[in-house]
Design a protein around this ligand. Structure first.
Ligand code: DON
Length: 565
């Protein structure tokens, strides 16, 4: 039986609000359907995707509609000015891993975030124009639709346009997220005016309209992807950058490339795993962790026991150690993916696991807290086609820079590079040479959109935000599904914990470990550091391949929604 977590933080989960303690069990609301399912963090965006499925669209139409709607209804992470990854398995068997990750502008230089002392200048890569990498979301979503969708761009954009034009009532989640980033958003006049309503108090229920964004989306519907490369929107971005000494140029927008990559394919017990290759570290790490864990009968030992968790934590550490050493943009460095996923390497990793003792990490660094800053959506259509998209501005509301006249925020994805290899970024991640800043390089990511198949049929779709904790959250949802026989709802409810090798600390959600388990793990040498709040926002869909019945479940930690029919 899966444990039920206890809700510790209500609105504090979305920002820096004081935690308000509630003791309610975490319950995901499962939604059952046969014709299609969309699950994401914001109900109106889920409905936008569902409307495409109801109108006969496929999973790609629905996913693209949801992603564009999230750019309107979830401005902290849904975006036009960011990037993301999409893993898909279509009903006709086509599979791809679409990489629309942001890319360093051509003018980027290795030392651009360092001071004269060679140390990173605080906030230079996180706040304002210099942190902005060339956005990939619009080219990526347009490419996905053109190659794999069935509906015209204007149709798929229609729900987003309506939501921007007519507005939507701000939820408690919106108000908490916006208030939580007041400081960042107040640094930029357009962000202050639009997202903080010019400094007026934000009220739950107030209608939030975004006329500039609606006009941008209308232009996109009319002129297509070119609008973002050479059209008025591109000009507005370039002008925004020029005004504030940003380095992103009009040429960067013109030259941005979407990459359709081969998904990583792995196997865990009787399931095939489709995962995101580099520049995500997520797929490699996930397949390594599953490869190590395959050797243990987690089901027999109870996957929530201290013993099982010891193996899980030790697997996490080893995969993260490889991430640091080896991963980066495959188009710029030689990333040894084949070797990292080779049976021999995984066997060696597994052989290094010890039953009795945790392996200490080499160095200890402070773990920065996770915030609610990326977003994931899962879609399955009536024919068994599936899409998993994780998309981000990186930090909550990205760089805090809104493109004047265009109404959307720009990312601060440059912070995902190692400003100085060996020095931790905003997630405490230490990274190697392959992830140093370089022109036209994609920064290493942890986003892990993932699809599970059984005998060629989609059975589970999952993904989450959470910086490096994404990989652990996705792993735990898969272990719950495969090893504990959990349905989608129980898989997203399952307790979460995370170890990223460096710092040598285990972060965990409240009530994940009981006193006995904790003592047993501490005795082995695991160092516990309570997370200030929840880990991740995982949205999953489970499909019965025999009947086609779908169960969707949004993560109960936040305000998500499964919408199906
Ligand atoms: O690509 C990455 O790994 C990060 N930019 C993701 C950031 C993130 O998930 C923050 N969210 N909570």
């Amino acid at each position: 039986m899966l444990r039920r977590l206890f809700l510790l933080v209500a609105f504090g989960a979305l920002g820096t609000l004081a935690a308000c303690v509630q003791h309610e069990p975490l319950h995901a609301v499962p939604v059952v359907g046969q014709h299609g399912m969309v699950v994401c963090t914001e109900p109106l965006a889920a409905e936008a995707g569902l409307s495409m499925l109801r109108a006969g669209g496929n999973c790609v139409d629905a996913a693209v509609a949801t992603a564009f709607a999230l750019a309107v209804t979830w401005p902290s992470a849904g975006n036009l000015g960011g990037g993301g990854f999409m893993v898909m398995h279509l009903a006709d068997g086509r599979e791809t891993a679409l990489d629309f990750r942001e890319t360093a502008p051509v003018a980027a230089t290795r030392d651009m975030y360092l001071g004269p002392d060679g140390k990173p200048i605080p906030e230079r890569s996180t706040i304002g124009h210099l942190g902005v990498a060339t956005p990939g979301s619009v080219p990526g979503l347009c490419a996905a639709l053109a190659r794999y969708g069935t509906k015209p761009l204007a149709t798929v954009l229609a729900p987003a346009i309506a939501l921007a034009e007519s507005g939507y009532p701000l939820s408690a989640h919106h108000v908490a997220a916006l208030n939580g980033e007041r400081k960042l958003l107040s640094k930029n006049a357009e962000s202050l005016r639009i997202f903080l309503c010019a400094g007026n108090k934000l009220q739950v229920g107030q209608q939030f309209k975004q006329p500039e964004l609606a006009r941008t989306l209308r232009r996109l519907a009319e002129y297509g992807e070119q609008e973002f490369r050479t059209g008025e929107t591109a000009q507005l971005i370039a002008a925004e950058m020029q005004r504030s000494a940003g380095i992103l140029s009009a040429a960067d927008l013109v030259n941005y490339n979407v990459h359709a990559r081969a998904p990583l394919r792995g196997r865990y017990r009787n399931y095939d795993i489709l995962a995101m290759p580099p520049p995500s570290s997520g797929g490699v790490a996930l397949l390594q962790m599953l490869g190590m864990l395959e050797a243990f009968d987690l089901r027999a030992m109870d996957w929530e026991s201290a013993r099982a968790r010891h193996w899980i934590i030790e697997s996490m550490k080893r995969a993260f150690a490889d991430r640091t050493r080896h991963l980066g943009d495959p188009d710029q460095s030689d990333i040894p993916v084949t070797q990292l996923l080779s049976p021999a390497h995984i066997a060696a990793m597994r052989d290094s696991l010890g039953e009795r003792a945790a392996t200490p990490s080499a160095a200890a660094l402070p773990l920065t807290r996770e915030r609610h800053e990326t977003t994931h959506l899962s879609v399955v259509d009536a024919h068994g086609g599936a899409v998993a998209i994780t998309t981000t501005l990186n930090g909550s509301f990205g760089s805090g820079v809104t493109v004047a006249g265009a109404g959307f925020l720009l990312n601060n994805e440059m912070d995902d590079f190692a400003s100085a290899p060996g020095v931790p970024n905003m997630y405490g991640l230490v990274q190697g040479e392959a992830n140093a800043v370089a022109p036209l390089r994609r920064p290493l990511s942890s986003m892990t959109p993932t699809v599970l198949l059984r005998d060629g049929n989609v059975v589970f779709v999952t993904g989450s935000p959470g910086g490096p904790t994404i990989i652990s959250t996705v792993l735990l949802s898969i272990l719950a599904f495969v090893d504990a026989g959990a349905d989608a709802a129980a898989a997203v409810e399952a307790a979460r914990f995370h170890h990223q090798w460096n710092p040598d600390q285990l972060s965990f959600e409240p009530a994940t470990f009981n006193a006995l388990q904790r003592a047993a793990l501490e005795k082995r040498g695991h160092r516990f550091v309570a997370s200030p709040r929840f880990q991740g926002d995982c949205h999953a869909i489970q499909r019965n391949p025999a009947t086609g019945v779908l169960q969707g479940a949004a993560d109960p930690r936040h305000g998500g929604r499964a919408a199906g029919w």
